[in-house]
Design a protein around this ligand. Structure first.
Ligand code: DX5
Ligand code: ZN
Length: 216
C-alpha cells in the first residue's frame, strides 16, 4: 500500500486548520509542503511561517519539497520550522552531495527531486546516501497539471536501481496523480503518492485519500 502525501498547495488557505484536521483524521501519512521561490520555478507559494504553523497542527510527517535555488541557505530554518523530510532539486544543486550531508546532519531525512527531463541514472552516485527520490511527473511550479506518461518508465528504472542495491530509498511521485493513474504509478514501483487537486478539490477528501491508499 502506498503512503499518501496530500499537497497542501491545493488546500483552502482560509481554512488551513480544518484542512489539517481533515488530514489528521485521514489515512494520509505525510503532509506534502511545496515551497517555491519564483526563481527555480515560475511561481511563488508559501514559506517558513506557514510551515511553522502547520507543524503545530499535526504530528504527521512534514514532507517539505523545496523548489528553490541555494537550498543550503535555508535548510536549518526548515528544520526549525518542523520539516521531517527535506527534498531539494537535483537541477538546483551543483553541490548536491554537500546539500544531502547538510540535511542529514541537521537530523532530517534527505530527498532529491528530479524534473521530468532529468534521467534517474544521474542519481547513481548519491542513491546510497538519500532517503527518498521525488520524481516529478509534471513540470514543477503549479498544481493541477496533467501527468506526464513517460514518468512511468522512470519509476521502473529507479525501482530497478534501488532493488539491485537492496536500498530502502523511497520513491515519491508528484504531479497530476489521479484515482485513474495512481494504480499504474504504484505498480511501476512508487512508494509515496503526492496528490494536491485530486484530494482537495474532491467532494470527500478523506474518502479520496482512503481510495488512493488502497489503490493497488
Ligand atoms: C508542483 C508541486 C506539487 C503539486 C501537485 O510543483 O510540487 O506537489 O502541488 O499538485 P497536483 O496533485 O494538483 O498535480
Ligand atoms: Zn511537490
Amino acid at each position: 500500500m502506498p503512503i499518501v502525501a496530500p499537497s497542501l498547495l491545493a488546500a483552502n488557505f482560509l481554512k488551513l486548520q480544518e484542512e489539517c484536521q481533515m488530514l489528521n483524521d485521514s489515512e494520509a501519512e505525510y503532509f506534502h509542503l511545496d515551497v517555491m521561490d519564483g526563481v527555480f520555478v515560475p511561481n511563488i507559494s508559501y514559506g517558513l511561517p506557514v510551515i511553522e504553523q502547520i507543524r503545530t497542527a499535526t504530528k504527521k510527517i512534514c514532507d517539505v519539497h523545496l523548489m528553490i535555488v541555494q537550498p543550503e541557505r535555508y535548510a536549518e530554518a526548515f528544520k526549525k520550522a518542523g520539516a521531517d523530510i527535506l527534498t531539494v532539486h537535483y537541477e538546483a544543486c551543483p553541490h548536491l552531495h554537500r546539500n544531502i550531508q547538510q540535511i542529514k546532519s541537521l537530523g532530517m531525512q534527505a530527498g532529491v527531486s528530479l524534473n521530468p527531463h532529468t534521467p534517474v541514472d544521474l542519481l547513481k552516485d548519491v542513491l546510497d546516501d538519500i532517503d527518498m527520490v521525488l520524481i516529478m511527473s509534471v513540470n514543477p511550479g503549479f498544481g493541477g497539471q496533467s501527468f506526464i506518461l513517460h514518468t512511468i518508465e522512470k519509476i521502473r528504472q529507479l525501482r530497478r536501481l534501488i532493488d539491485e542495491r537492496a536500498l530502502n530509498t523511497k520513491i515519491e511521485v508528484d504531479g497530476g496523480i489521479t484515482l485513474e493513474n495512481a494504480a499504474s504509478v504504484v505498480r511501476a514501483g512508487a512508494d509515496v503518492l503526492v496528490a494536491g487537486s485530486t484530494v482537495f478539490k474532491s467532494k470527500d477528501p478523506k474518502e479520496t485519500i482512503r481510495q488512493l491508499k488502497h489503490i493497488a
